[in-house]
Design a protein around this ligand. Structure first.
Ligand code: DAH
Length: 353
């Protein structure tokens, strides 16, 4: 045996011993913290680490030995890598003593639950009462044409009553506008269906008005319409009496005042006795003891004709009311602008289905 070979075999033997020692060290290793783990990585797996530098010895290994030397080195490297991964996982999940420090009986972080908007609550109450009288819900567009918002409702182009319902026009020829009331839904439903028609139509409406604590450029209404043979003003009154009782209670008094709407004849406005002062007179009812809550009347024959319904056969009543005003009263709110400011501190105060 020549000297070089002896020298080489000795070196190899030495190296294998070293590897065994390192492997034992790796098996024993348990990282106390992230720092210790990093030291381990640098020592064995780093670019200038033990494994890389031993791999560098590969050049000197004779060709017929390269394969077995490679296998030894791969097993060494794999052991170091696996240890590194398992220690890393152990540290990030916490040691067993840390794990027991987590109290799994503590309540979780509560998910904030929303609440319904007071206008929605009021709308649902109104709709639900009429549903008990077999009215069904119908809805229509907020962007409307002149015909459905005005002309078909017996409000011709130059009718002075248009003045009270100025709105926002999206185009003037043809006139496309934001509807000023939910009465457009009456027209759309009567155009589509023959009587009997018994609908309740909640929705948002718009008017070109100065915004203040008492009025806004948009608000909500509920419209009612009942068309059939032999429907009379007595049916209208009875229906609304029932509504007021269910909505405001037995003690509340009702009165009808003659009024004018181009789309009804005769027309009336309905007031209820002020529930705050019980009719004695206060600031809310402007010292009258009464609160105006809706407009109503018998549907004008021209309106029926405009929608293709024969007024000689059918009659009907209609009514329309705002939602914000009764909501202000019910919840004791003094500024209508609060409804649309999206202030969670305000909105979260209302509960109900
Ligand atoms: N549309 C009317 C308004 O906004 C309210 C109204 C009055 C509706 C009488 C009706 C009605 O259906 O018959 O002022």
């Amino acid at each position: 045996m020549d000297d070089t070979l002896i020298h080489y075999l000795r070196a190899m033997e030495e190296m294998l011993k070293q590897i065994e020692t390192f492997q034992e060290e790796i098996r024993q290793f348990a990282a106390t913290d992230a720092d210790a783990l990093e030291q381990f990585r640098i020592r064995f797996l780093g670019v200038k680490g033990i494994i890389k530098s031993m791999m560098g010895e590969m050049k000197q290994v004779p060709v017929d030995q390269k394969k077995s030397f490679g296998q030894v080195m791969n097993a060494f490297k794999l052991l170091a890598e696996e240890k590194f991964e398992s220690e890393k996982n152990r540290l990030s999940f916490g040691s067993s003593s840390e794990r027991s420090a987590i109290d799994i009986t503590l309540p979780g972080n509560p998910l904030p639950t929303g609440s319904r908007h007071p206008v929605t609550l009021m709308r649902n109450r109104i709709v639900e009462i009429f549903q008990r009288l077999s009215f069904t819900v119908a809805e229509g567009p907020e962007i409307e044409d002149d015909w459905h918002n005005f002309t078909a409702l017996n409000l011709d182009m130059h009718h002075p009553a248009r003045d009270m319902q100025d709105t926002f026009y999206l185009s003037t020829d043809p006139a496309i506008l934001l509807r000023t009331h939910t009465s457009n839904v009456q027209i759309r439903e009567m155009e589509r269906n023959q009587p009997p028609i018994r609908i309740i139509c909640p929705g948002r409406v718009y008017r070109n008005e100065t915004i203040s604590a008492r009025s806004h450029c948009f608000f909500h209404q509920v419209e009612g319409l009942y068309i059939d043979k032999n429907v009379s003003f007595a049916d209208l009154k009875q229906t609304l009496y029932f509504f007021v009782k269910e909505m405001f209670g037995d003690d509340v008094k009702v009165r009808f005042r003659p009024s004018y709407f181009p789309f009804t004849e005769p027309s009336a406005e309905m007031d209820i006795s002020c529930m705050l002062c019980k009719g004695d007179g206060c600031a809310v009812c402007k010292r009258t003891g009464w609160l105006e809550i809706l407009g109503c009347g018998m549907v004008h024959p021209n309106v029926l004709k405009n929608c293709g319904i024969d007024p000689e056969i059918y009659t009907g009543f209609a009514f329309g009311m705002g939602i914000e005003r009764p909501a202000l009263l019910k919840y004791g709110i003094t500024d209508i602008r609060l409804f649309s400011e999206n202030d969670v501190r305000f909105l979260e105060q209302f509960t109900g289905a």
